[in-house]
Structures are given as C-alpha cells and as structure tokens.
Design a protein around this ligand. Structure first.
Ligand code: CO
Length: 193
C-alpha cells in the first residue's frame, strides 16, 4: 500500500495534477493539528464555563468555531450531553462519518461492519465490550452520523475534578468518551500516568 501510494503520488506530481507541498500540508495538518485533543479542549471548556456549554449545546457550529475547530467533515455539528440519566453513543451505520476537526480521523473499529451494525442492534453489549457499565435505569441513545450531521459527545464530568484547570481536565478526556463508548475517569487517567 505504501509503495502504491508513493508511486501514485509521484505520477500525479509528475503530470502536474497535484503539488507535493500541498500533500505535505494535508498530512502535517492531520498528524499534528487535527485530532481528539481538539475535542478534549472543547469538553474541558464546556465543563469549566457554563455559558460556553450552553452555546455549545444550542449551536455547536458557532461554539466550535470560537475555538477554531471548523472545516471539512465538521460543517454541521451537534453536541450531545451525556448525563446520569442518558448516555449518548455515536455510530455511522452507512460508512464512517466522523467529526474530523474535533476528533481527527476515525479509528479502524469505528469503520468496521461489526461496530456499525451492533452499535444499533445491541448498544449495551457493545458498551460492555468497551468496558462501559451503563445501569438499567440509564437510557442509551444511539446517534447515526451522516454526511450532513456529525456528533460529538460531551461526556459526564467525573467526580473529584472540582477546581481542576481546563488543561488538566482536557488531559483526562479520551477520544472514546467523545464517541460515547468510554467514560471519563480520574482513576483511569491516573493509572495511565
Ligand atoms: Co458515514
């Protein structure tokens, strides 16, 4: 695959169809500037700033633009707040629609046929496999992404994080928690360090 891509790239460059510098810029963007750290900053800000959270839930596009997270594959965003009563989980049953500006490129499992079908058929079973325990009294809502609308889950803020700075909070937020197949936990973050 690597060789094929390089052969294709040099052929296209030779014929003047693409500018190699432009390709480098795209790769650099997705390697260093786009990724789940962006979404984590959004979550941390929402946890820390109630007015921002309100704007984020009411109009995600403009609230995300405040932090500069706009662009391709993130034009029409909806942010879903998970609470002790409702747990939100995101899938794209058709393909792999995913909010690139806030989460980067989708993980392989997100694009896999088993996740795409089972997230809808048996969301609690899938959550259990991700190690997420959701009580019977908690409603699980599964959201199907499309080319038009993409979702970002605002996970529950874990107990014991009162008074933490936005940077410290952002470091706790995982990619999976923003897809809704993970929870943010102080203990898990501590164990990783
Ligand atoms: Co899709």
């Amino acid at each position: 695959m690597d060789l094929r891509v390089r052969a294709l790239e040099s052929l296209l460059a030779e014929k003047g169809y693409v500018d190699p510098a432009a390709i480098d810029r795209v790769i650099e963007t997705y390697e260093t500037r786009v990724g789940p750290r962006n979404g984590a900053r959004v979550v941390a800000k929402a946890w820390s700033d109630p007015a921002y959270k309100q704007r984020l839930l009411a109009n995600a596009d403009s609230a995300l633009a405040e932090l500069g997270y706009t662009g391709q594959q993130g034009e029409h965003m909806v942010v879903l707040e998970s609470t002790p009563e409702v747990h939100h989980m995101v899938v794209c049953t058709l393909c792999s629609c995913y909010p690139w500006p806030t989460l980067g490129l989708p993980p392989t499992w997100y694009k896999s046929a088993p996740y795409r079908s089972r997230a809808v058929i048996d969301p609690r079973g899938v959550l259990a496999e991700f190690g997420v325990a959701v009580g019977d009294d908690v409603e699980v809502r599964v959201w199907d992404s499309t080319a038009e609308i993409r979702y970002l889950v605002l996970p529950e803020r874990p107990a014991g994080t009162e008074g933490m700075s936005e940077d410290a909070l952002a470091a706790l937020v995982t990619r999976d928690s923003m897809i809704g197949v993970g929870k943010v936990s102080l203990a898990a973050a501590g164990a990783k360090r």
